[in-house]
Design a protein around this ligand. Structure first.
Ligand code: CA
Length: 225
């Protein structure tokens, strides 16, 4: 198992390297952010141990850059900033776990082994119906390779229809999932949004993906129309 340690405190980095090697890991060390990012991009690691406060590129930035590039190697973040450290920020940037310094070697190894067992997280699956595609992670959608200009609500409606492609979904189901369960406005809002979607993903492409089933609801054609 190959581990990348990105840590600018030399003694800590050396200690991590020898400790993890004693546990049977193969360990590379980067002492600054730019080197760490370069190694993480170039080499296939099973795990990355990432300090947050680093020269040149900080740990949050490294993590979010790798995730944006589709690199899902498990990342454990290290931080000395107990209290100031924003756990949500670490996890938002795409880290899988974090550990506050000082930490015990035993705890570190246990956490790394747990991450290895979990393996790389999967990127959210791109939803497809024929040439209609939606990436829930990026919040973007395409028809025949052309990116669609959709509002967040239109995107959510399309996502819901794609997740149920080929089946009829009722207006009530749509309201419950795309709006709120306690939505109390006019249920005809669904018709308005379905019409807007058709104007964006069907009409310009001379397609008919979204069928109306009178009295029952709507159905997105499994082949994208
Ligand atoms: Ca540091």
């Amino acid at each position: 198992m190959r581990v990348l340690v990105v840590e600018d405190e030399k003694r800590l980095a050396a200690g991590l390297k020898s400790g993890l090697e004693a546990e049977g890991f193969a360990v590379d060390v980067a002492l600054d952010g730019a080197d760490g990012l370069w190694l993480a991009r170039e080499q296939p690691y099973d795990l990355i141990v990432l300090d947050i406060m680093l020269p040149s590129v900080n740990g949050y930035r490294i993590c979010s850059t790798l995730r944006d590039e589709g690199n899902w190697t498990p990342i454990l973040m290290l931080t000395a900033k107990d209290g100031e450290f924003d756990e949500a920020e670490a996890l938002d940037s795409g880290a899988d776990d974090y550990l506050t310094k000082p930490f015990s070697h035993v705890v570190l190894v246990a956490r790394l082994r747990a991450l290895l067992r979990r393996g790389a997280r999967e990127r959210p699956v791109v939803l497809e119906a024929g040439d209609l595609r939606l990436d829930p992670g990026e919040r973007r959608a395409w028809r025949d390779g052309t990116q669609l200009e959709l509002t967040p609500r239109e995107l959510s409606l399309l996502e819901f229809l794609l997740r149920h492609k080929g089946t009829v979904v009722s207006k009530r189901d749509i309201l419950g999932h795309v709006w709120d369960y306690d939505f109390e406005g006019d249920p005809n809002i669904v018709e308005v949004y379905v019409r807007r979607l058709r104007n964006k993903l069907d009409r310009p492409f001379r397609r008919r993906a979204i069928e109306t089933r009178r009295g029952a609801g709507y159905r997105l054609a499994g082949d994208g129309g």
